[in-house]
Ligand binder design. Structure first.
Ligand SMILES: *[C@@H]1O[C@H](CO)[C@@H](O)[C@H](O)[C@H]1NC(C)=O
Ligand SMILES: *[C@@H]1O[C@H](CO)[C@@H](O)[C@H](O)[C@H]1NC(C)=O
Ligand SMILES: *[C@@H]1O[C@H](CO)[C@@H](O)[C@H](O)[C@H]1NC(C)=O
Ligand SMILES: *[C@@H]1O[C@H](CO)[C@@H](O)[C@H](O)[C@H]1NC(C)=O
Ligand SMILES: *[C@@H]1O[C@H](CO)[C@@H](O)[C@H](O)[C@H]1NC(C)=O
Length: 508
């Protein structure tokens, strides 16, 4: 009797586990993004703003070490930056609070080498105006509804004994060459204070600065003797801005894409197997990442609208078409685009650059705006998880939500969705998103169009990840599309599928 009771209990338990599985979502696959990374993925496109000493000296790396008076923007307007970026569809801006030259754009207590000590700042103060460019830019970003990020160069020429500074000799700017981890006046102490000042800055409305990304440039001069206490920097960032994504060569939260040209290869894994403290990955490894890797460290592409990072009068911005190509080869391959748009010597984003940004926006919107599929479109899947179409059916890819998806049973790693438009459409692209909150799974997929009396492959894809945009060099006229997952390391989980093109029936 007792035995039979135990047997029953086990059977019931097994049955109830089976039943609840039928309604449950797939388990996360290996490493998944942190909440701060998920939010960051959805930004996709934001501005890099290189502004400071170099804007006025024509340099990129500030070796001239001119005194702060060199900083003299005649019509500085950070609102114009933020408004231009917001109008162009950018979701944030990252400002060089201090570039390699060491001159700080905020009124730091750590150095005399700051724009607060310029004639420009004195004049602003006399007129009752703020001269703290970091605070001004953060306030403008908030005003125009875009995120604000900070670049604070670890390498600091101003405090690097390997770099000569004859133009500062005998001035108050001829500061000690603080360096090394064990000499008095450790450079890491100074950098940590600078980070803390920035990350705890108060805006004029009394709120604390809100930083979405901290850009920790790995570049430094070949002769430098400065060493960097990355672990300490990371602790300070997490303490004061826990939601900020830390960008570095290979993390912590986002990695370099391996080039500065606004480009990556077709295959892109969001994970890698090394941390910022390991030997540096090469360009190819940074672009591709490591499938099934240990750390979720997605790539960001830092690219430029002009040739240089800082403003140089003789340079011209790239065209809208060139920026569109860049977009398809970064955002279209699951890489965030951090596009540098440098303010000029007046302290304004140049009109020609704004024109390029707006041309690019029009091109982007005209491609992405031609969505053929609307909720209710006829989507048929090879399989739906536990047959529960209301919860896991292919229609979930069209509901515009980021918490619903099409998926199949755990053991099913391949499958397809067929879309019947009911009439001919001109198709010229696709947008696909994996539900990366549960990890990156898919290794290959195809897109086929029904032409004549058979399916023809029009796209052979590899990884998908956060977002994949495929465009066709020739428009295809078809009434049926098939999207197949041909390889996945776990059951595919797809958040979005969209066909771009036009509905031929509506064309008169
Ligand atoms: C910079 O800060 C110091 C110390 O608070 C202050 O005395 C000085 O007026 C500030 N400079 C500017 C330009 O705001
Ligand atoms: C101070 O700023 C005003 C307005 O920007 C400008 O007209 C004036 O020339 C500046 N004065 C100096 C000494 O730079
Ligand atoms: C990364 O690490 C995972 C887990 O150890 C392993 O399966 C994968 O092959 C590694 N990939 C690379 C490119 O090293
Ligand atoms: C939906 O598409 C399937 C093919 O994928 C087709 O067999 C079916 O007739 C379509 N249903 C409607 C209502 O158009
Ligand atoms: C896709 O791959 C198949 C098999 O390798 C090949 O026959 C086909 O031409 C490819 N199609 C495209 C559009 O790349």
């Amino acid at each position: 009797m007792a035995r039979a009771g135990i047997y029953w209990a086990i059977t019931l338990l097994a049955a109830s586990v089976g039943a609840s599985n039928a309604q449950t979502s797939p388990e996360p696959y290996l490493h998944v993004p942190a909440a701060r990374q998920l939010k960051w993925h959805s930004l996709e496109y934001y501005a890099f703003v290189h502004f400071g000493h170099n804007t006025f000296t024509g340099e990129e790396w500030g070796r001239s070490q001119s005194p702060p008076d060199v900083f003299n923007p005649t019509s500085l307007d950070t609102d114009q930056w933020a408004q231009s970026f917001a109008n162009a569809g950018m979701k944030g801006m990252i400002l060089t609070a201090k570039h390699h030259d060491g001159m700080t754009l905020w009124n730091s207590s750590t150095t005399a080498y700051k724009i607060a000590n310029s004639a420009w700042a004195k004049n602003r103060t006399e007129q009752g105006l703020d001269s703290d460019v970091v605070r001004m830019a953060a306030e403008s970003a908030k005003k125009y509804g875009i995120r604000f990020g900070i670049y604070l160069s670890p390498w600091d020429i101003h405090r690097d004994p390997a770099m000569p500074k004859p133009s500062l000799a005998g001035t108050i700017f001829d500061e000690p060459q603080i360096f090394g981890d064990d000499s008095p006046g450790d450079y890491n102490e100074l950098y940590s204070q600078q980070l803390t000042e920035l990350l705890t800055m108060e805006l004029s409305d009394g709120s604390k600065i809100d930083v979405f990304e901290l850009w920790l440039d790995g570049a430094s001069g070949s002769d430098t003797v400065q060493t960097f206490d990355w672990a300490r920097y990371r602790d300070i960032i997490r303490e004061h801005q826990p939601e900020a994504v830390m960008w570095g060569h290979q993390g912590v939260d986002a990695r370099w894409v391996g080039n500065e040209d606004g480009y990556t290869l077709e295959t892109n894994w969001h994970t890698i197997n090394v941390t910022q403290d390991d030997a540096r990955l090469g360009e190819q490894e940074l672009m591709v990442g490591a499938r099934d890797g240990i750390y979720w460290t997605p790539a960001e592409s830092d690219a430029r609208i002009r040739d240089g990072w800082f403003w140089h009068e003789e340079e011209k911005p790239k065209t809208g078409d060139a920026l569109m190509t860049m977009y398809l080869e970064t955002v279209g391959r699951s890489v965030a685009l951090n596009l540098d748009v440098p303010p000029n010597t007046r302290g304004l984003i140049q009109n020609e650059d704004i024109t390029s940004l707006m041309e690019f926006k029009d091109l982007r919107e005209s491609l992405l705006g031609q969505e053929i599929l609307h909720p209710g479109a006829n989507l048929t899947a090879s399989s739906v998880r536990e047959g529960n179409s209301d919860k896991f059916g292919p229609q979930k890819m069209l509901d515009g939500r980021d918490d619903t998806y099409w998926t199949m049973n755990d053991e099913e790693t391949t499958g397809w969705v067929e879309i019947d438009f009911g009439h001919a459409c001109s198709v010229n692209g696709f947008v696909v998103q994996e539900h990366i909150a549960l990890g990156q799974r898919i290794g290959s997929y195809t897109l086929e169009a029904f032409v004549g009396d058979e399916y023809t492959t029009i796209v052979n894809g590899t990884s998908i990840g956060y977002k994949r945009i495929d465009t066709l060099s020739n428009t295809v006229s078809t009434s049926r599309i098939r999207f197949s997952i041909t390889q996945s390391n776990a059951v595919p989980v797809l958040q979005r599928f969209q066909v771009l093109g036009s509905n031929d029936e509506n064309v008169s």
